[in-house]
Design a protein around this ligand. Structure first.
Ligand code: NAD
Length: 414
């Protein structure tokens, strides 16, 4: 089997950045180069004062220790690809906005162009690892592209190694993953490639948590047969995820983020959208059925706490609902003008709450629990409403201060 000494990661985003930075930290003998076409993003990763483009607790420490030692960030995709033994493809796979699968299918054109680039520039054998969230059979398509476009005599082994990190806890998830899944063809070359990647993770992940027998990991029971997966193995692997269980089943205003929505069925996404709009409706209903002329503080804009990622966050849907609620008045011309006119961004929760009629908690940041609520109450118009979309506040305490409190998922009267 190949001994991996140079890794290239294509895509310096929420997944590629933290994942490969942790690999570099834990494997000082491997050189890791993370590449991206986005110059600004790479510049931020390289910034002298560690002003990295992604907020994750613990991330800066990892970068501080590994950057310049065996971890590099670059826009020179071709060079990094050429030099690497193993290449992670960790590019974005956004939900398609139009065409077949609009609203739920993944747009694979970034995966395709990264794959084509690998084929075009590779001058030696490569292990290509699909890390992006992709539909079943994508490895097959990548293989076809690589084999049809590469120079003669070059071998590509393709592995599936989906990432399970959750934004906000990416670094601790990567330090101690519930499990690492690696899928490959069951040929001897496929198994060798699988072993090479497993050996990388084995530098810090206990062997029993590295699962390499899975032949196709993107499927669940009903589709196993159609995709060639083995349900026993899939079930075994899913069981390792500690998020499946009580942690998963907490009511909230509706999850956001860009990965999860795509991973599950459209129906469930609709249910989630419904949950978000139901929350906005509760707010409007409670505010005597109209929010025209009212001032509402929305606390939190990221899709969850401890991340700077705002993609598809609940706050966006809620604010959009509020804007459309008083559209007639606020929006003379374009939507953008209306947003600029109606939405003010401030940097502190306390400031946001000043002189408002209502406060809406959209993200479960810890700091919202420790706001001086007495002070906030004193500065609000009365009656003062709090809508806790994340179940993080002590509702009883707030009621004692004088607030009218509504908590998502609780039918208590206001
Ligand atoms: P991202 O948008 O933050 O990062 C992707 C990066 O890839 C971008 O910076 C983009 O410029 C770059 N890129 C695109 N095409 C490229 C190319 N051809 N060459 C070089 N760079 C290119 O996305 P992300 O959140 O890191 O997600 C990456 C994948 O991982 C997605 O498929 C996502 O579904 C999956 N995933 C994400 C998470 C998460 O928590 N964010 C968790 C698990 C899986």
């Amino acid at each position: 089997p190949v001994k991996v000494s140079k890794i290239c990661c294509i895509g310096a985003g929420y997944v590629g950045g933290p994942t490969c930075a942790v690999i570099a930290l834990k494997c000082p003998h491997i050189t890791v180069t993370i590449v991206d076409l986005n110059q600004a993003r790479i510049d931020a990763w390289n910034s002298p004062d560690f002003n990295v483009p992604i907020y994750e607790p613990g991330l800066v420490d990892v970068i501080r220790q590994a950057r310049g030692r065996n971890l590099f960030f670059s826009t020179d995709v071709d060079k990094a690809v050429r030099e690497a033994d193993l290449i992670f493809v960790s590019v974005n796979t956004p939900t398609k906005k139009s065409g077949v699968g609009a609203g739920f299918g993944a747009d694979l054109h970034y995966v395709e162009s990264a794959t084509r680039r690998i084929a075009a520039v590779a001058t030696s054998n490569k292990i290509v690892v699909e890390k992006s969230t992709v539909p079943c059979r994508t490895a097959e398509s990548m293989r076809t592209i690589l084999e049809a476009n590469s120079k003669p005599g070059i071998r590509f082994d393709i592995l599936s190694n989906p990432e399970f990190l959750a934004e906000g806890t990416a670094i601790s998830d990567l330090f101690a993953p519930d499990r690492v899944l690696i899928g490959s063809l069951q040929t001897s070359e496929g198994k060798d490639a699988c072993k090479a990647l497993a050996d990388v993770y084995a530098n810090w992940v206990p062997k029993e948590r590295i699962l390499t027998r899975i032949s196709s990991v993107n499927a669940l029971s009903a589709i196993c047969e159609a995709t060639g997966a083995n349900i026993d193995e899939v079930a075994h692997a899913v069981g390792f995820d500690s998020r499946i269980g009580p942690k998963f089943l907490r009511a909230s205003v509706g999850f956001g983020g860009s990965c999860f929505q795509k991973d599950i069925l459209n129906l469930v996404v609709e249910m989630n959208e419904y949950q978000k709009s139901r929350f906005s409706k509760t707010v409007v209903d409670t505010l005597f059925n109209t929010i025209t002329g009212k001032h509402i503080a929305v606390l939190g804009f990221a899709f969850k706490a401890d991340t700077g990622d705002t993609r598809e966050s609940a706050a966006i849907s809620i604010i959009r609902d509020f804007l459309s609620e008083h559209l007639q008045e606020a929006c003379p011309n374009t939507p953008l003008e209306s947003i600029k006119k109606s939405v003010t961004i401030v940097h502190s929760a306390l400031e946001a709450c000043k002189q408002k009629e209502a406060i809406v908690i959209a993200t479960e940041w810890k700091e919202f629990q420790s706001i001086d609520w007495e002070l906030v109450y004193g500065q609000m118009a009365k009656p003062a409403f709090v809508f806790d979309g994340r179940m993080i506040l002590d509702a009883e305490k707030l009621r004692k201060i004088g607030f009218t409190v509504k908590v998502i998922g609780r039918g208590d009267r206001v």
